[in-house]
Design a protein around this ligand. Structure first.
Ligand SMILES: [Zn+2]
Length: 81
């Protein structure tokens, strides 16, 4: 399948409402099984945004524990407190 990243790819929704994200997009956007995405409808367009977990305290996206929504640095600080 040829994918045109610039003009989009035509996909057909199945009877359960699903579509498959083409491998090229998954690779480019670093999406794998279990990746959380945000669906957003705006002005007649549906967008899919990859959810990047951020630390609730400092806002960084690095080394974030997804269950706690805290980065390792902040977890250390909280433990020391
Ligand atoms: Zn933090």
């Amino acid at each position: 399948m040829v994918i045109n990243m610039l003009y989009g790819t035509v996909k057909t929704v199945d009877e359960a409402g699903r579509i498959v994200l083409p491998k090229e997009y998954r690779n480019k956007m670093n999406i794998s099984s279990g990746t959380k995405v945000i669906l957003c409808e705006n002005d007649g367009k549906l967008t899919i945004e990859v959810l990047t977990p951020k630390c609730k305290l400092c806002g960084t996206a690095e080394n974030v524990n997804e269950e706690l929504s805290l980065c390792e640095e902040c977890i250390k600080k909280v433990k020391e407190y």
